[in-house]
Structure formats: structure tokens, C-alpha cells
Design a protein around this ligand. Structure first.
Ligand code: PLP
Length: 387
């Protein structure tokens, strides 16, 4: 469908647009790895670990096979296991909670803050028991969680803080980069992330040498010396080719995050006084808009309306973790989480990537405004939590 002079579709993300100007550099980087045949924890993994640690303001970084492995091994490296409880949110990608379950610990889920969509810090303390060992704040959509109150609770009860920064590369909390605010920070380089590999990859950053050492062992079958194994680990090593690609892309991350921010600001300006709720920016944080998520009373109708106009959208995420079959199968308990449950019905992710043009943003915002009369979309007041 050709739409008013616009390309046939505006995708949710456009990886080709990012790849084109980098093509030669990326292909050279891959070719160098293959020419050297240094394929196992070699100079690119080490180089990328040093560069990413420096980028985050952390002392150590340990390259891993995925963000899920980063979370799982970070918890193990912090000594979390069966009998322990870990507090986190239900409004996240399943991997946050999977990682807890993989250690044998019990996830304890709390609701989200209605403005930032990150963990509601006022609900954490009443969930702390004698078994609580850790908190995982998730910097969802690129919006940092409010870390100071979380760190204060952690200190009071001697808890570990593992940041799920899988959607927040380069985001800042009070001018410090996410990932190095707690004990260990976990990142995913899934291809669509702000910093994405061309395959699977992840990393942990930390300022604690003992955690870094433990992570290095765990990712390589619990060994520091080949065929001598001190603990039971896994194979979760970062791949040399992915590391070489990530080194090229890391150099553009700040520029890409700036472009995402200015795209988000244009969306928010064009959608001001419209019936949808736009993301909030809080004074303590620098949001990096991995996703630009609006809320609307008629989410499914709006999604269909935009699809008919060639605009792709997403829902991150349609079913909260505590309502997933996997949660019920695990016999996990939780009380109702009203904001999480309500927002799962209202959220809609609009196209967001650095190369998105102002014309496309205007087209998307215009279509959302047009949808109001067509679908009788009623205004949603940001603070009205009434269902
Ligand atoms: C919030 C969050 N946590 C964890 C993960 C897991 O990362 P990966 O897909 O690299 O395993 C992701 C990414 O998909 C994520 O968005």
C-alpha cells in the first residue's frame, strides 16, 4: 500500500539503514577475525570488554553469549541460589525472571511506577524477608529506574543489586551510566538493541574484582586454566566475530542515542494534547529510548489503524510475567499488580531507530491524531489509575 508519498511501511526498527554506512567497516572487521583465525576469547573480546567497561564507567566487563546469560551468571556470581528470593518487576521481558529461576532462587514481583514504567521503589521494602538476597531493577525501554532508593534499601538489608540494563546502553542516572550503579550490570546485544550485534551477545560490567573473576570462570565451564574446573559453569562466551562488530558499532552509540532522543522529543511534541500518553522524562535520568512507548485506551484498534497506514508497531509486553503460563507452571505466587496489568492492555511501541526521519515521525503522529475521530479514542489521563 502506497501511503501519501511515504515509503510502503515504516518499520518498528530498520537495521538495514544502520548497516549501510557501516558496511565496509563491519565487513573488514569480520574479515580480520577470519584472517587471524583467533576465534576463542581473543583480542576482539578483550578489546571490546575494555572499551565497553570504559564507556560505562566500570572497572571490569565480561563478554557473554547473551543478555539472559549475563543476568543468570551475574546472579550466580553474586552467590544467589535455591532458597533465596530476588525482587524484580513483572513488567519486563521474560529473561529477567528466567535468570532468577535458572539459579533456583524465587522471583518476588512488584508493580511499576505509573510514570516511568520501572520498578515502584515504594513497594520494595515490604517485600523484603529474611530470604531476600537481591533486587533486579530493569531500566525498561531505556528509562533508568530510580536507583538511589533501591541502593538505600539494598544497603539497609545487605542485598545485592543486579541491574537489568539490557535496554539501556548509555542511559544515565544522575549523570552516571546505567550498569555501574549497583553491584553488577547486565546488557544484551540482541540485534535490535541500541547497541546490537549481528547474532547473540551480552556482557556484564562491575567494579568488583571478585564478581568479574567469578563471571569469567562461569562463562567458560568454571575454569581459569584449560581443563581444570573450580566450579560448575557453562559455555556462555562472547564470540570474537560479534565482539569485532560491536567494537565498530560502540563508536557510534552516543550519536545514535542522541538521534533516538531527538526523535522521541519530536514524537512527544507532535502528540502533545493528543489522547495518547507519551513517555515521561524524569529529572534524574537520561532516557535513551530503546523503545518509544505510548499508552491509549483503544490500543488494539489504534494498532490496526496504524497497520492499515503502513506503520509497524509493537507491544512490549502483552502479557505480564505473573500471568504467563510459565509462571503458573512454576507454582510461583504473586498478588495482583494493577498498574502492570492495566498497562499491558494500553501500551504501544511506535517505530523508533536513529535513522527515523522527521517526515516519518510526522506521518505517524498525524495518523495517531487522525485515529481519534475515526475510532473514538478517548483521552487517557496519565495519572488515572482506576481499573
Ligand atoms: C529487559 C531485558 N532483559 C533481558 C533480555 C535478554 O537479553 P538476550 O535476548 O540477549 O538474552 C532482554 C532482551 O531481549 C531484555 O529486553
Amino acid at each position: 500500500m502506497e501511503v501519501r508519498g511515504m515509503p510502503e511501511t515504516i518499520p518498528l526498527v530498520d537495521l538495514r539503514a544502520q548497516y549501510q554506512p557501516l558496511r565496509e567497516e563491519i565487513l573488514n572487521a569480520i574479515s580480520d577475525v577470519l584472517d587471524s583465525m583467533e576465534l576463542f576469547l581473543g583480542k576482539n573480546v578483550q578489546g571490546f570488554e575494555a572499551e565497553f567497561a570504559e564507556y560505562c564507567g566500570a572497572q571490569y566487563a565480561v563478554g557473554l553469549g547473551s543478555g539472559t546469560e549475563a543476568l543468570h551468571l551475574a546472579l550466580l556470581a553474586c552467590g544467589i541460589g535455591p532458597g533465596d528470593e530476588v525482587i524484580t518487576v513483572s513488567h519486563t521481558f521474560i529473561a529477567t525472571v528466567e535468570a532468577i529461576c535458572l539459579t533456583g532462587a524465587t522471583p518476588v514481583l512488584v508493580d511499576i511506577d505509573p510514570d516511568t514504567y520501572t520498578i515502584d521503589v515504594s513497594q520494595i521494602e515490604r517485600k523484603v524477608t529474611s530470604n531476600t538476597k537481591a533486587i533486579i531493577p530493569v531500566h525498561l525501554y531505556g528509562q533508568p529506574a530510580d536507583m538511589d532508593p533501591i541502593l538505600a534499601i539494598a544497603e539497609k538489608y545487605s542485598l545485592v543489586v543486579v541491574e537489568d540494563a539490557c535496554q539501556a546502553h548509555g542511559a544515565e542516572y544522575k549523570e552516571k551510566r546505567t550498569g555501574c550503579l549497583g553491584d553488577v550490570g547486565c546488557f544484551s546485544f540482541y540485534f535490535s538493541k541500541n547497541l546490537g550485534a549481528y547474532g547473540e551477545a551480552g556482557i556484564c560490567v562491575t567494579n568488583k574484582p571478585e564478581i568479574a573473576r567469578h563471571l569469567r570462570m562461569l562463562r567458560d565451564h568454571g575454569s581459569e586454566e584449560k581443563y581444570y574446573h573450580s566450579v560448575m559453569g557453562v559455555n556462555a562466551r562472547l564470540d570474537e566475530i560479534q565482539a569485532a562488530i560491536l567494537r565498530v558499532k560502540l563508536r557510534r552509540l552516543d550519536e545514535w542515542n542522541e538521534a533516538r532522543r531527538s526523535n522521541a522529543h519530536l514524537y512527544s511534541e507532535l502528540l502533545r494534547d493528543s489522547p495518547v500518553v507519551t513517555p515521561s522524562e524524569v529529572e534524574y535520568a537520561r532516557h535513551v529510548y530503546h523503545l518509544y512507548v505510548i499508552r491509549t485506551s483503544q490500543r488494539n484498534k489504534l494498532q490496526e489503524y496504524l497497520r492499515e497506514r503502513g506503520i509497524a508497531t509493537g507491544i512490549h509486553y502483552p502479557v505480564p510475567i505473573h500471568l504467563q503460563t510459565a509462571w503458573r507452571r512454576g507454582n510461583h505466587q504473586t498478588e495482583g499488580l494493577p498498574i502492570t496489568e492495566r498497562y499491558a492492555r494500553e501500551i504501544l511501541s511506535l517505530p523508533m531507530y536513529p535513522e527515523l526521519t522527521p517526515d516519518s515521525i510526522e506521518y505517524v503522529a498525524g495518523a495517531i491524531r487522525d485515529s481519534v475521530s475515526e475510532y473514538a479514542i478517548v483521552p487517557l489521563v496519565a495519572q488515572a489509575i482506576d481499573s
